[in-house]
Design a protein around this ligand. Structure first.
Ligand code: ADP
Length: 597
């Protein structure tokens, strides 16, 4: 029962993979033609041994005519057939590589595009290095095996069918003895294939963990070094790596064991065939030397195919395990797609309104509880409160990084889920605490979000963000590559580049997560000025850590344990002597303008 299920699932996966060949119908037809030609000519060339041997060794009444026929007809025909075999072999090999490369290219793009559309909640639950491994390693396994499977597998099958037909045509009894080995050999091939598939899937999973580990260690290399955790990481890596080795060896054992078994079965069958042929040649005397040699030649071309099938079946199982992992992502995680009749909206006209919004990352653990407030056009609203209270979560609901579990959010009169995501996000600018910069030039980092912006606009934005001067002082100015995540810049510089990026995008609504880490006085002043420039008269929701920002805000919302517990302006809230007053005393008063949380 389990085996039938396995076989059915393999078959369905295989069919789905072949579906990627649809756009290349004409090439598929061409590759099939090449395969058939190559199979038929291989059998034909072998078959030609019979007339050649018979003509050479059988007594003929007219040796000269026989010789002429051999030289002028049989040999040239064989040479032409061999030429066709070579040309079709080339066509097949080339097209086969082309098609498998294309299948893999499509699958890789599908996966990558799918990743880009997935909701944030998906990424929270995954290790990024592990995901990248699906696009690289899993797809690579697929690429390595698929070429053999789709191409060589089918070609071998066609060769087997043509050779078998010729054998039956020559002598059905001998053909029967020669072919009976195939169903017998299929059994171990199939059994070992299952082992290979399971081990291969497991191996790919461990490899993706290994990748995630490498990714995480390298991304946090400063912390690893600073805390002297090199040995700890080395040990963690070694353990996962040796598990990987064990699983890989399980797969390799299955590969290695199946081949000798199949070979032995083939040798046994071959010996039976020889006994039968010898009996026919010596005792019954109804087998010519030509038939004998040609038959043996054909069987010699046939039996290696058994070994091929064995290798290919194993390869297919590895490929299917990898395919399964890729399709799993494509199938089980829904991308964030726009509703069918989603609309395009303009910049905010009146207000953004939260109505009784509740949200939980993990079922049963509510983070936002019945939050209601509105952010009016042109207003600066500051969110303050203890760490972990839900401020960032609340801000993340606006660009729809997350969906409320209950309640609604309105962009003017439109509920957010009725708006096209791209349209909604085009009106929102986000500057986060961790300024995310890419390994690219400063210019491209600023222009991220507005590709094609002119250099003049980019420079203007940099000037407004008080970044122009330091940028000019970098080795290649705006063309300086700033290293992965901007490591070649100081904290304050990174922030100003990120602010310049937001200024260039010029979003009507700004979400600002002020950095908590204190900068030196000079940098702080520049960043502060840049932020003021950015906020201007923009509608802004700011997760505020600076007293200066809080004072300037039109309204302050105090968020604690997922609720808005106080609302008002600085002076009013202080008078209330509630949570805000407490926070102020604890944080801002002692730390003056740049308190850390
Ligand atoms: P704040 O910005 O006020 O510090 P957050 O919105 O970051 O608070 O976090 C609120 C709560 O949500 C915290 O308890 C935090 O642990 C939890 N949380 C934040 N992000 C996630 C996440 N991606 N998955 C699960 N829980 C999260």
């Amino acid at each position: 029962m389990q085996e039938t299920k396995d076989f059915k699932s393999s078959f369905n996966l295989y069919l789905r993979l072949l579906g990627y060949l649809k756009p290349y119908r004409s090439r598929v037809i061409l590759v099939l033609i090449c395969m058939v030609l190559s199979g038929v000519t291989t059998a034909f060339v072998m078959y030609q041994l019979k007339p050649i041997m018979d003509a050479t060794f059988t007594n003929s009444s007219d040796p000269l005519a026989t010789f002429h026929h051999l030289v002028l007809f049989t040999i040239p025909l064989t040479i032409i057939a061999a030429l066709i075999r070579s040309v079709s072999g080339y066509g097949f090999d080339y097209l086969n590589r082309y098609l498998s490369q294309k299948v893999v290219q499509h699958l890789r793009s599908d996966l990558y595009n799918h990743f880009l559309k997935l909701p944030m909640s998906f990424f929270n639950a995954q290790r990024i290095g592990g995901l990248a491994s699906r696009i690289t390693n899993d797809v690579q396994v697929l690429q390595d095996s698929i070429m053999n499977i789709v191409g060589q597998g089918t070609q071998s099958l066609i060769t087997v069918i043509t050779i078998a037909s010729v054998l039956f045509y020559m002598d059905w009894q001998l053909a029967f003895v020669a072919l009976v080995v195939f169903p017998i050999a299929l059994f171990p091939i199939y059994r070992f294939g299952r082992k290979i598939r399971h081990a291969s899937g497991e191996g790919q999973q461990i490899l993706s963990n290994l990748n995630a580990h490498i990714h995480e260690t390298l991304a946090s290399i400063r912390v690893v070094k600073a805390f002297g955790m090199e040995n700890h990481e080395k040990e963690k890596f070694r353990i996962t790596h040796s598990t990987f080795f064990g699983v890989k060896m399980r797969e390799n054992r299955a590969y290695a064991a199946s081949s000798p078994i199949v070979e032995w079965i083939a040798t046994f069958a071959f010996m039976c065939l020889i006994v039968w042929m010898a009996y026919r040649a010596l005792l019954i005397k109804n087998l010519t030397v030509g038939s004998f040699v040609s038959f043996i030649g054909l069987v010699f071309s046939l039996y290696p195919k058994l070994k091929d099938f064995n290798g290919l079946w194993g390869g297919l199982q590895s490929a299917l395990a990898a395919t399964e992992r890729c399709f799993y992502i494509l199938d089980t995680v829904d991308p964030m797609v726009d509703a069918k009749n989603a609309i395009t909206v303009g910049p905010l006209k009146k207000d953004l309104e939260f109505k009784n919004v509740s949200f939980e990352y993990v079922h049963g653990h509510q983070i936002l509880k019945n939050v209601s407030f509105s952010l009016k056009k042109g207003e600066v609203v500051a969110l303050v409160g203890p760490s972990g209270g839900g401020k960032s979560t609340l801000a993340d609901m606006i660009p729809r990084f997350y969906q409320p579990n209950s309640g609604q959010i309105f962009w003017d009169e439109h509920e957010l889920s009725t708006i096209k995501l791209a349209s909604l996000r085009s009106h929102i600018g986000i500057v986060t605490q961790e300024t995310i910069l890419f390994h690219d030039t400063i210019m491209n980092n600023i222009a991220y979000g507005r590709p094609g912006a002119s250099f003049k606009d980019i420079q203007q934005a940099a000037k407004a963000a008080y970044a122009d001067e330091f940028i000019k002082n970098t080795p290649q100015g705006y063309n300086t590559i700033i290293g992965e995540r901007g490591v070649k810049l100081s904290g304050g510089q990174r922030q100003r580049v990120a602010i310049a990026r937001a200024i260039l995008k010029n979003p009507p609504l700004l979400i600002l997560d002020e950095a908590t880490s204190a900068l030196d006085n000079q940098s702080e002043e520049w960043v502060q000025k840049a932020l003021e420039e950015l906020m201007g008269h923009r509608t802004t929701l700011v997760i505020a850590h600076r007293l200066s920002t809080i004072r300037k805000a039109n309204r302050i919302l105090v968020v604690d344990k997922g609720r808005i517990v106080e609302e008002g302006r600085h002076a009013g809230l202080l008078k209330k002597r509630g949570l805000y007053a407490k926070l102020y005393k604890m944080q801002f008063k002692t730390h003056s303008e740049t308190p850390a949380e």
